[in-house]
Each structure stands twice: as structure tokens, then as C-alpha cells.
Design a protein around this ligand. Structure first.
Ligand code: AP5
Ligand code: MG
Ligand code: ZN
Length: 215
């Protein structure tokens, strides 16, 4: 199963991805997590990506596309994968299609998690993420069992640098301009499914599973 998760910052892509990846036994590939790991390890990619991410801008396509192609070529992607945060521009979507066509493969579903704007700021400013495994929590909507510690791996929970109000607003503008056109792109290919992301986390997951089907 090859799935793309679409949706604005704070829609719940990362939150749903963790559960989908476990239920359907497919790797969760988040370009945001990959960039953040590279930033924390100060790799050459991390150094290049940092200023874009901190400013709420997209990392250039030429850095992002090859990174994903390499990742999708790994052994654990043989039976499918879940892409979270990629593609994010029409150019990335076309590059992905070209890559998959070359392997006689295609995406099964691009799943759009829709959330009204007024919910997003509260979600983002209350979010805490695990430095080690990328899991997302929320101080009110999804608190960890032990404050400051990740339920799944015990890692330290931190607040993302781009989760302040100003940067979130910039990220939303970037989403509208550069990523929103992908909704039309996948719709025209009959690949688009939509789920209501304003519901509680468990309810969203239930609806996601009914779209993806039982395995
Ligand atoms: P990325 O890490 O992908 O960030 P994003 O798309 O802005 O999305 P978020 O991770 O902020 O939101 P989410 O939808 O995952 O929400 P979450 O589940 O955590 O990208 C970061 C940056 O990296 C980009 O700005 C860009 O610079 C760069 N980048 C990444 N990919 C790129 C690409 N392909 N090309 C170029 N640049 C790229 O949930 C949010 C909060 O809400 C959490 O606190 C959660 O607990 C809570 N929550 C979730 N669901 C619910 C619910 N149903 N009810 C109540 N609360 C909920
Ligand atoms: Mg995320
Ligand atoms: Zn963790």
C-alpha cells in the first residue's frame, strides 16, 4: 500500500501516520522528520535545510526530491510506504510520478486531512514532539503519560522551533500557495480521498481505516 498524506501544518498527518504505519505495516516517511534529524546531527543536508525550515519556507525541490527517491529505493519500502509531508509542490508530485512510472508502480491514495484554520494555531502552539522518534503530542489534546517524555520510546519532548505563531502563519501561506494545488492534482488522477481532521484523534483514525480498508 502506497499512501500520501496531504494537509496543512497541524492537520494531524504525523499523528495519524504513526497509527497507520503500525496497522498497515508500512514505513512512515516524513520529510520534515528527516530534515529535523539532519539538522540535529548537523549534516551537510541539515545545514542547508535549517534556515528554510526555521523561516517556515519549503526546502528547495532539488534537495528534497533526491532524498525521497533514495529513501523509497530502500528494502523496507518494497511492500509500500506512507509519505507524510511529501510531495509538497507540483514539481515534487511530478517527480514522484515519474519515479514510480519507471518502476511500473503508482500511489494508491492521496489522503487529505482537512482541518479548519481556527483549530490549527492552538494545535501547533500546544504541540510537543519527540526528538528521538518524531512522535507528536499535545499538552491538551494528546498529552504524554509522563510529562516531557515520549510514550513510545521514552525520548525527550521538545517544542519545534517553527511552532510559534508567526512561523505557523507563514507556513499556512506557503501551504496555500505551493501545496494546496496538489489537491486538484490528485483529484484529477482519481486518487484523492478526504477525511475530516477536526474530529478527535481516534475518530479520525477510524475514518482513515475505513477509507484504506482492513488488511
Ligand atoms: P513538516 O514536519 O512536514 O511540518 P508540516 O507539514 O507543517 O506539518 P506538521 O508536522 O506541523 O503537522 P502535522 O499535520 O504532522 O500535525 P501533527 O500530527 O503533528 O515540515 C516541516 C518543514 O520541513 C516545512 O515547513 C518545510 O520547511 C520542510 N519540509 C518538509 N517536507 C518538505 C517537502 N516535501 N518539501 C520542502 N520542504 C519540506 O499534529 C499537530 C498537533 O495537533 C499535535 O500537537 C497533535 O497532538 C495535535 N492533533 C493532531 N490531531 C488532532 C486531533 N484530531 N484533535 C486534536 N489535536 C490533534
Ligand atoms: Mg508532521
Ligand atoms: Zn519517541
Amino acid at each position: 500500500m502506497k499512501i500520501i498524506l496531504l494537509g496543512p501544518p497541524g492537520a494531524g498527518k504525523g499523528t495519524q501516520a504513526k497509527s497507520i504505519s503500525v496497522k498497515y505495516c508500512i514505513p512512515h516517511i516524513s520529510t520534515g522528520d528527516i530534515f529535523r534529524k539532519n539538522i540535529s546531527e548537523k549534516t551537510p543536508l541539515g545545514v542547508k535545510a535549517k534556515n528554510y525550515i526555521d523561516a517556515g519556507l519549503l526546502v528547495p525541490d532539488e534537495l528534497t526530491i533526491d532524498l525521497v527517491k533514495d529513501r523509497l529505493s530502500k528494502e523496507d519500502c518494497k511492500n509500500g510506504y506512507l509519505l507524510d509531508g511529501f510531495p509538497r509542490t507540483v514539481k515534487q508530485a511530478e517527480a514522484l510520478d515519474e519515479f514510480l512510472n519507471g518502476r511500473q508502480e503508482s500511489i494508491d491514495t492521496a489522503l487529505l486531512i482537512e482541518v479548519p484554520r481556527e483549530l490549527i494555531l492552538e494545535r501547533m502552539t500546544g504541540r510537543r514532539v519527540c526528538l528521538a522518534c518524531g512522535a507528536s503530542y499535545h499538552i491538551k489534546f494528546n498529552p504524554p503519560k509522563n510529562e516531557g517524555k515520549c510514550d513510545s520510546c521514552g525520548g525527550e519532548l521538545i517544542q519545534r522551533k517553527d511552532d510559534n505563531k508567526e512561523t505557523v502563519l507563514d507556513r499556512l501561506t506557503v501551504y496555500d500557495k505551493q501545496t494546496q494545488p496538489l489537491v486538484k492534482y490528485y483529484k484529477s488522477k482519481n486518487k484523492l480521498s478526504i477525511v475530516d481532521g477536526a474530529l478527535a484523534i481516534d475518530k479520525v483514525f477510524e475514518n482513515v481505516c475505513s477509507i484504506l480498508g482492513e488488511q
